[in-house]
Design a protein around this ligand. Structure first.
Ligand SMILES: [Zn+2]
Length: 384
């Protein structure tokens, strides 16, 4: 098959079209507008398209659904022989940016950079994927390609998680078109698991001057918990624990009866998640008049680097070498929907567009590096 030269101008135009539609995770109608555009591209390529519950969409390209018990939802079955299973590609249509962001952070091009909210994470990933799919000209890999478009990745994939896991159970491999690592453009072969906790403290209010001994301070308990729980971090094992939010009290002259704190947790292994969870659940205030209620836990399990993932990466690196560029890989702290598929099926992440500034003012795509990564993705889809 002749090598494919991505049409950068057309990719830029498609990226402008998607990024012009602001799609914060909190607005399902806005996210559906982005999905409608992408679904149009999928239909043009002959996909079967499916709307799953909760706003997730699934597009099947040449997927063998023979004997598929779950075909009502566009799913193949876990029982299918491996070579008849599709390559699953994960994408998301939501961004972290609220409506109105384009007014102060407009889409703009400056040399080799295309700036704008949601470009790098991950609308350019979606655009590059569709240009790669188009280059296959209907010659899908064995088992076909299944593209899952999630509406809520940035808020933890609460509505799409079950669909993602179902699709992974039926897939041969999972590819994630989240962006590669900034600067190095490395693919992602592992990610930390992510979790969060909300602790609510209830004490006893009292006059801070007249009867302080009758009060039981929820703020003191929250402060003690902050120190104790952050001490659970084991950076050497990849475990970080950070109290990012703390609130409490009602007035400066009142012993505070109420406080809350929120904890961000990152772990490299499930064993570490269990250790921290046990300690958080067991923590008790030293003043028995203060009670604490704990909610939360691990949201995304760790995406532990597996042999299957490294084999996929090795294949990608060979292709990149053949295409004339160097590729590296890395394990990163942030989670993605790849964390849900990695425990089920070999998963390779970071196959989106190179750039920098995810969730930041300088979010941008590197136009000079983007075509190489689209060529890489096209070859992977063809040869995997
Ligand atoms: Zn993303």
């Amino acid at each position: 098959m002749p090598d494919f030269t991505p049409d950068l101008k057309a990719m830029q135009a498609d990226l402008h079209a998607l990024a012009r539609i602001e799609s914060p995770s909190t607005d399902p109608a806005a996210i559906a507008r982005v999905m409608d555009v992408v679904e149009g591209w999928a239909r043009d390529l002959g996909a079967d398209t499916h709307a799953l519950g909760g706003g997730t969409r699934l597009f099947n390209f040449g997927v063998d659904s023979a004997g598929a018990g779950g075909s009502a939802h566009g799913q193949t079955t876990p029982g299918l022989q491996v070579h008849r299973r599709p390559v699953l590609v994960l994408t998301h249509a939501d961004t972290v940016w609220p409506h109105g962001t384009l007014e102060h952070m407009p889409l703009r091009e400056d040399g080799v950079r295309l700036y704008g909210p949601g470009t790098y994470d991950m609308k350019a990933g979606i655009v590059g994927l569709f240009h790669a799919l188009r280059s296959l000209r209907g010659e899908w890999p064995q088992g076909g390609v299944q593209v899952l478009l999630s509406p809520d990745e940035e808020t933890g994939s609460l509505s799409s998680r079950a669909h993602i896991e179902n699709a992974a159970r039926c897939a041969r491999v999972a590819l994630v078109v989240e962006p590669p690592v900034a600067d190095t453009h490395a693919l992602k072969t592992g990610r930390k698991g992510t979790g969060s906790y909300l602790l609510t403290f209830t004490g006893v209010a009292s006059h801070a001057g007249n009867k302080p001994e009758e009060g039981a301070s929820a703020v003191t308990a929250a402060a003690q918990a902050t120190l104790d729980l952050q001490a659970l971090a084991r950076p050497d094992l990849g475990t970080t624990v950070s109290v990012g939010l703390i609130r409490g009290g009602s007035a400066v002259n009142v012993i505070p009866a109420h406080a809350t704190l929120e904890i961000d947790l990152r772990v490299s292994t499930l064993a570490e998640a269990d250790r921290v969870d046990g300690a958080v659940q067991a923590w008790t205030p030293s003043d028995p008049r203060v009670t604490v209620q704990v909610t939360g836990g691990l949201n995304r399990p760790p995406f532990e680097q597996s042999e299957g993932t490294l084999a996929l990466y090795a294949q990608a690196r060979e292709i990149a070498r053949d295409l004339g560029f160097d590729l590296t890989h890395a394990v990163v702290g942030g989670g993605s929907d790849g964390n849900f598929t990695a425990p089920i099926v070999p998963t390779l992440d970071g196959l989106g567009a190179p750039g920098d500034g995810a969730h930041a003012q300088h979010e941008h795509v590197r136009l000079d590096r983007w075509p190489d990564h689209v060529r890489l993705l096209a070859r992977l889809l063809r040869e995997i």
